[in-house]
Structure formats: C-alpha cells, structure tokens
Design a protein. Structure first.
Lengths: 259, 568
C-alpha cells in the first residue's frame, strides 16, 4: 500500500512499558515490557485463559473496563494509553474475519479506508488495488458470505491495511483455517506485515505460528485460571494451587529463532 | 466533541427511561390509593375516610364479581401455562411443532379485542359453530336461547384469555429454551434413557421456569384485571371487578370515584396476592417434585401426551385464526342469514360507509402506535448501548422494574396517572396518550431486542474502532445495519402492543381520541357485526402489516447478504 512515507516505509515501533493486567484484584499478567520494531513479528504464546488476548485488547484500547490495568502503550514513541481505540491506529485481526455481513467486499474495504481520502475515484482505485494484491480482482460487489475462508481472511487483512495502521495485532487469526490454508494465509499476512514495516504482535497457542513468525517468542503462563471463561475442573484447580504465586504471570523466555 | 457529548447523554439513558416510565406508574398508584381513602381535593375529599370502601363492600354484586375475576384469571393462567408446557414438552421433536410455531407468531400480533370479538361470533348462539351444525344436526331453526357468550361462569372470557395468552407464553418459553441450551440437556437425558416428555420436564423445565416466571406473572396480572376482553366476553351483571371499576370511574355521579378508587385498590391487592400466592405455590411444587426428579423413573414415549397437547394447542390456535376469519367475512358481508354457513351476498358497503371513522380512528392508531414504538425503540437501544459501553449488566431487579407496568393492573393505576396528567396540563393530549402507551410498549420492546443486541459479537465493534471509525460511526454504520432486523422487529412488537391498548387510550385520551381499539370495543356492544368486523379486522391487520415490513425490509435490503441471515 502506498503510504504517505512512500517506498521508505514507516519504521514504526510498538512498545509496552510495565504493562500489568488484573481482574477483581487478582493479577493476570505480571509487569511486561516489550518492544516491537517496524517489520518485526513478536509472538506471545500461551494456553487459552492466560490473558494473552487481553494484552492485545489493551494495546488497541478495547479491553473491557472490568480489568485493572497499569502501564503504558507507545506507538512511534507516542503515548496511546489514554486514547480511544479509533485514534490509536492499531489494526487488529481476530480468529474470525469479522467482515461486516451487511456490506459487500468492496464496501468492507471502503470502511477501512481513512475518511481523509475523499476523492471517490481514488477510493475505488485503492480498493481495486487491494483486491488485486489479495488475488481477488473484481470482487468488489461480492457478498462476503460467499467467499471461501482463505479469501475472507485476505479481505480482512486488506481492510486492516487500508486503514493505514501503525501497528498490527494478530489475535490467533489462523486458528480457524484449514491446515492447508493456514500456511498460505499466514505467509500472506506475515509478508504484508513485513513489507509494510509494521510492528506486529501475534498471539497464538499454535507453536507452528510462532515458528513461522520466526522471531522473538514470549511465553505467557496463566496467572489465574479464567473462571469467567470456563468452569474450573477440580484437576485444574489442583494444578493451580501447586503453582508458585511468584512464578505466575508472564515469563519472558526470549527464544531467538533464526529466520 | 460530539462523541464525548454522546457518551454523556447515553449515561443518563437508563435513569431517564426509568423515570419516564416508572413515574407515571408510581404517581398513578398513589393517585388511585389516595381517593380510595377519601382524599381527592378536586371532588372535595379533604380528609381520611373509608366511606368508599364501605360503599364498595355494600355493593350486592361484589361477591360474584370477585368470584368471576378469580376463576377466569386463575383458570386461564393455569390452562395456558399447562398447555404451553405440555405442548413444548411433548411435541418439541415433532413436525407439528414447527408448523404450529410459524402459525403462532402472527397470532401474537392480533390485538386481544379482535380475538374477543371474533371469538364471540364463533361461539354465540347465532355464531359460526352453531351454524355449522344447524339445523341438520341440532334441529335449531332459530338461534338457541343459551348464554354461550357472556356466560355466568366466565367460560367465554377464560377461553378468550387462553387464546390470547397461549402464543405469548409459548414464544417466551421458546426464547428461554433457546437461551438455556435446552437441546443439550435434553440430549443427555434422552441418552440416559429418559422418555422425551419426562426428560423435558425433569431437565429443561427447572432451568427455564425462572426465565418465564415474569411472563407468567404478567399473564396472571393481565388475566385477573382485563377490561376490554371482559367487556365483550364476560357477563355484565355483575361483570368482573376490573370492569366494575371502569364503570364506576365513568359514573356521572362523581362521588362514585371514591368507590371506584377503592375497588381499583382492591384489584391491585388481588393481583399482588395472586402473584404472591403463585410464588408460594412454585416453591411448594419445586419442593414436592424434588423426589420425583431423582427417582429415576424414565417415563414412556409420550405419544398419548403428544397427541393430547398437540391437538389442544392446535385447537386453541385454530380458534384464534377462525375468530379473525369470521370477522373478516362479516366485514365484507351484505347478507348472512342464520343458519347459513357462509354469507349469501358480499359487498364493500360496510367499509365504504365507515370510511370517515375508519380514517379518523386509523390515523390516531397509526400515529400513536408509530410514535410510541419509535420512542420506545430509541430509549431501549440507548439503554442497551449504554449497558455495552459501560459494561454493566441489567440485574434481575432491573428486569422487575421493567415488568412493573405489566404486573400492576392497568385499572389499578391509570386513573391516578390521569390525575397526574391533569396536573401537568397534558390530560387528553396526543403526547399524554403516547406517553401512557409507552409504559406498556417499552417493556415488550426491551424484551424483544435485548437478546439480539447483547449477542452481537462485540468484536465487530472492536474491528470497526480499530479501523479508525469513531464510536458514533461504528454505531450507525455497523451496529444499526447489522441489527436492523431485530430492531425493526422490536418496533413492530411495540406497535402491535400500542394498537391493542384500550384502557390507556381511554384514560389518557380523556375520551377525545378514538382509536380502532376503542371504536371496536364500543361497537361490540351493538348488534351490527358488519361494522364491528371492519374495525376488528383493521385492528388485527395493522400489526400484521408492521410485522410484514419488519421482516420484509431487511430481507429486501440484505437479499444479497447471506451472512446476515443467521443474526437475530
């Protein structure tokens, strides 16, 4: 995508400083410091309920207010912590593509395009270009519900990229895709993230995702079993109680994998 | 800028709604109770006195009125509930279930007055049922002299109430079944060897009853205090208590207002006691049924029960459909002599001749219905959106407040509300009417919309926000379009509720506003079935059109959007 900075690409930087999350007075994520530079993909790994998705929600500003939070979020050295989500420009992709079902494919992409581009022709061109990039040329008027899973995932990424994000957040975006699709969509997303120079934070429980990202991997361990999400089985309870309180939270285990 | 303003305004939505909505009920109750104890300065009642009560208890027909009220109210509630539970429990896996389900929803939209009028024609001595069998089977060449409508035991009223309440309870039960994932419980119980009916009663009913409790109480309160249906189907000497209250409120002798207020307070007490008693009964049944729940008895295939309940439920709904059909026929009738089964001459005369009053009443009905439905929808959406943004949950207590206007008998507080309206100097105005209708429209709109609204995947909103759309833009461009169908559907329900209101129109309109419903009720006392047919049919048609539009508009707009079909 041609962005204001042109070919050089914005060498963005996403930084989390001393971020802690808790719920009802109990810690969920211990202080976390993290820096992601432009074009870098950092992976947060952990089982469900460990609070890793909440970190992403905190970064993009959509975290449920019932969480207790501390720490700061910076994008390109600008403090985002108190900005509303729509002004942070942190693009996010979820497990589901979440294309708006009432809009066509083209309209979904147009929803992502910034309002400042007012020229109708330019908007059309940008959308057309994005579809070509996603190998979906001429799909403007299609109903998103008629696309395949892989096609929808690509449209979702394009919609996010068209909104000119300064960071990219990936919330297990490949986990619902078929195995053979997963690999291709993953490469598509990663390639775009890198060529756009976007600092990218990936959350996943799939080691393959982490291996494919091939950079820094952080492991998130459950501080507390999320008893809002699922009933706690006695066995789980037991495991939890044997856990050392000091160890719970996030454990930084930087693994550097060669690209 | 507007965004922050908006959030501020939204914060006040629940409080504003509650005040707008509960103040008239509270003021209405007080404004009814004070005259009951002699305090009503406008009529010279300055000090405490129980004269109204003395006069009420001296009324010779009070005993029979009470008996009538209690038997019709309790019997119809029990019958409706047993029928619904029996039908859902025994037939939920059968084909007939889906068919009847599709048929019941439109029946819910038919105002109860239209049902009452139609039913009166079906079962009258000169009605359709007698005509079908006369004179060849019965030998009746003239209508028999039996009181089948307005019978002294109130059977006609009970039947009318069941026809009207069955669809409501049925749909509330279905919603509860859906919410509690009843199919999983049922599957487990069935796999443990339980018969279908036993499995349902033992595993699903205990889970869903708490969810249909408030609707059941609303049905109980309505049946015990219904006025409009009772004026058509119940005996007149004496009528049920609620009709008596209305009669006394309208008495030219103004001092009767004190008696009316006392009787309205008694009515309130009866409903409160009935709900309290019902609650005790629930506890008792739950306790007594416990050993049975775990005694391991698996029950049979339930085929007999399925036939019985399937048949009865179909009959009840058929009665509703025939009622409307009969009135439709009458409205186009020129000549329909006894004992002909069908009219011998058809014409549009009745419609033409009523043109002027149809237009007047129709326009009033439309404008009040649309306004109250629209205002209710806006308020409900604002409250739900606020709930979402503040991430607060509506508590059970909040739900009780919402149900308040449905649990308090209308006749028990509308007089007081009118007094309030007089003091605010809006008595008899269009706005007073809309406001009063709102009290009854709002709860239904809320009940209809809240689930779909809350179930919308919040991540759509987050996606939109992260794409840089403001909360405002997200609301209008993502939420409203995605929820268009449930929003319009809730509006249609609100409209149908408004169209059906009789007492609120009578009290708040100060007699100055005629709607299709008030016109139908006052005409029903007369003998001209053709004219009554016109108004009853129109009254039933308007809500149907509203539902048609609510389903049709989104279907048309989103005909190329397959992904939206699953929502709502």
């Amino acid at each position: 995508m041609n962005q204001s900075s042109g070919q050089g690409r914005t060498q963005g930087r996403l930084a989390l400083r001393n971020v802690t999350l808790g719920i009802g007075g109990r810690p969920l994520i211990a202080p976390l410091d993290l820096e992601v530079t432009g074009g870098e993909i950092v992976t947060l790994m952990g089982p469900s309920g460990s609070g890793k998705s909440s970190i992403l929600a905190f970064v993009c500003g959509t975290l449920d207010p019932i969480f207790d939070t501390a720490g700061k979020i910076f994008i390109n050295e600008q403090d985002m912590t108190n900005l509303p989500p729509e002004r942070r420009r942190a693009g996010i992709l979820f497990q589901d593509d979440l294309l708006f079902p009432h809009l066509s494919v083209g309209e979904n992409l147009a929803f992502g395009l910034p309002q400042r581009i007012t020229c109708r022709q330019e908007r059309q061109e940008r959308i057309g270009q994005a579809l070509i990039e996603a190998d979906l040329e001429g799909f403007e008027r299609r109903d998103p519900a008629t696309l395949s899973g892989g096609q929808r995932a690509r449209v979702a990424l394009m919609r996010t990229l068209l909104s000119e994000p300064r960071a990219l957040l990936l919330d297990e975006p490949f986990s619902k895709l078929d195995v053979h699709l997963r690999e291709r969509v993953r490469r598509f997303v990663f390639d775009h993230a890198r060529s756009e120079g976007l600092p990218t934070l990936l959350v996943t429980h799939d080691p393959e995702d982490a291996a494919a990202a091939g950079e820094k991997v952080l492991e998130v361990k459950p501080a507390m079993v999320d008893n809002f999400a699922a009933p706690i089985t006695p066995q789980k309870n037991h495991e939890m109680s044997t856990n050392d309180r000091a160890e719970v939270g996030i454990i930084k285990k930087s693994i550097t994998v060669t690209r | 800028m507007s965004k922050f303003q908006r959030i501020e305004v939204l914060r006040f939505a629940p409080i504003f709604t509650m005040v707008l909505f509960l103040a008239p009920v509270c003021a209405g109750l007080i404004g009814t109770w004070l005259p009951a104890v002699g305090i009503f300065p406008a009529l010279g009642g300055e000090e405490f006195s129980l004269a109204g009560w003395h006069e009420l208890f001296a009324y010779p027909g009070l005993g029979s009125a009470l008996r009538l009220t209690l038997t019709c109210g309790l019997l119809s509630t029990v019958l409706s509930l047993v029928l619904v539970i029996g039908f859902v429990a025994s037939c939920n896996e059968r084909k007939s279930f889906r068919a009847l389900r599709r048929f019941i929803t439109p029946l819910l939209a038919v105002p109860h007055v239209a049902i009452a009028i139609g039913l009166a024609f079906l079962i009258a001595p000169s009605g359709w049922f007698v005509r079908l069998f006369s004179p060849w089977a019965t030998g009746w060449t003239t209508p028999p002299d039996i009181a089948s409508v307005q019978d002294p035991y109130g059977f006609a009223l009970t039947a009318g109430l069941v026809v009207k309440e069955l669809p409501f309870l049925f749909l509330m039960t279905l919603a509860a079944v859906h919410q509690t994932h009843a199919d999983r419980r049922l599957a487990i119980a069935r796999s443990l060897g339980y018969g279908p009916v036993t499995a349902w009663i033992k595993t699903v009913l205990p889970a869903i009853y708490p969810q249909i409790r408030l609707p059941v109480y609303a049905v109980l309160a309505f049946s015990l205090s219904v006025v409009d249906m009772a004026m058509i189907l119940a005996p007149t000497t004496p009528p049920p208590l609620a009709v008596l209250v209305l009669r006394w409120f309208n008495d030219p002798d103004l001092s009767m207002r004190f008696v009316a207020a006392a009787c309205a307070s008694l009515q309130f007490g009866i409903v409160a006691a009935a709900i309290g008693g019902w609650r005790l009964l629930e506890i008792l049944v739950a306790r007594l049924a416990r050993p049975w729940l775990i005694d391991g008895r698996r029950g049979g295939g339930g085929d007999t029960l399925a036939s019985i309940f399937g048949f009865t439920a179909t009959m009840v709904c058929g009665l509703g459909a025939l009622s409307i059909l009969g009135m439709a026929l009458w409205s186009f009738t020129r000549r329909w002599r006894y004992p002909d089964v069908l009219p011998s001459a058809i014409s549009l005369d009745s419609w033409m001749r009523q043109g002027g009053s149809i237009l007047q009443a129709g326009l009033n009905t439309l404008s009040i219905g649309l306004a109250s439905a629209a205002i209710a929808t806006i308020l409900v959406v604002a409250c739900l959106e606020n709930e979402r943004r503040q991430s607060v949950q509506t508590t059970t207590r909040g739900l009780w407040l919402l149900y308040a206007p449905l649990l308090v008998p209308q006749i028990g507080f509308l007089f007081g509300t009118q007094v309030l309206a007089v003091q605010l100097n809006i008595d008899g105005t269009w706005w007073a009417l809309v406001w009063t209708h709102l009290l009854f429209v709002l709860p239904y709109v809320f009940l209809s919309l809240s689930d779909s609204y809350r179930n919308l995947d919040e991540r759509y909103v987050r996606s939109a926000l992260c794409l840089g759309a403001s909360p405002n833009r997200t609301f209008w461009r993502v939420k409203v379009p995605m929820l268009l169908r449930p929003i319009l559907y809730a509006m249609a329900i609100g409209f149908a509720v408004s169209v059906a209101q009789y007492l609120p129109t009578l009290f708040a309109g100060g007699g100055r506003y005629v709607t299709l419903t008030t016109e139908a009720v006052s005409l029903a006392a007369g003998a001209n079935r053709r004219v009554v047919g016109v108004f009853a049919l129109l009254q039933a048609t308007l809500p149907m059109i509203a539902f048609g539009l609510a389903i049709g508009i989104p279907a048309l707009l989103y005909r190329h959007r397959r992904g939206l079909r699953g929502i709502a």
